[in-house]
Design a protein around this ligand. Structure first.
Ligand code: GLN
Length: 188
């Protein structure tokens, strides 16, 4: 199984390591041709505004929209924002997932924190690192809420699309990556 990591900006190497650690092949994605060979894609954390500029520069927006309409995508933190169909106060980017994102919902960089969350079907106690993280303020019908933190939605699944507010690649716990790989297997 080949899982790409969009490598324009952000936490790329950490995701690639996690993909390989669960036994899949990690592919670094920099252009539309790279997408063709993939079974699934990860949109990493970073800064969604900066990523969007690079997506436009490399003419990746339409290829990413097409990919997300057909194949599994996992968006983490800024990647969640890229996937959301609606973003409070600004226009959507890829816009494939039936969620509304609210950026920087947990405060500034200095307010970054780590906590342990139960994630439905994934883990009873998942270590979740939040760095200027978004929250999900609304989900459409059919979207499965997988985790909340203080009542705020921080992980959800919409069909073949998975998103979380936190950074699973920054800890050693591979449970969420395994869950994504199982999603990809089931989808094939
Ligand atoms: N605050 C960033 C954004 O709005 C996301 C932060 C992250 O990915 N760690 O894009």
């Amino acid at each position: 199984m080949k899982i790409g990591v969009l490598a324009l900006q952000g936490a790329v190497a950490e995701h690639a390591n996690a993909i390989e650690a669960v036994g899949a092949r990690a592919v670094i994605v920099k252009n539309a041709d790279d997408l063709a060979k993939l079974d699934a894609l990860i949109l990493p954390g970073g800064e969604s505004t900066a990523m969007r500029r690079l997506i436009d520069y490399y003419e990746l927006l339409e290829p990413l929209r097409t990919f997300a309409s057909r194949k599994p995508v996992f968006g983490t933190c800024a990647g969640l924002i890229l996937l959301a169909e609606t973003i409070e106060g600004e226009a959507a980017h890829i816009g494939a997932m039936g969620i509304t994102a609210h950026r920087n919902a947990f405060g500034r960089q200095v307010d970054s924190f780590e906590t342990t969350l139960p994630i439905k079907e994934v883990s009873d106690a998942f270590p979740a690192v939040f760095i200027r993280a978004p929250k999900i303020v609304a989900v459409q019908d059919g979207v499965d809420v997988l985790a909340t933190h203080n009542g705020e939605i921080v992980c959800a699944r919409d069909r073949h699309l998975l998103a979380c507010s936190f950074h699973p690649e920054l800890t050693d716990d591979l449970a969420l990556m395994r869950y994504f790989v199982e999603m990809v297997e089931a989808y094939q």
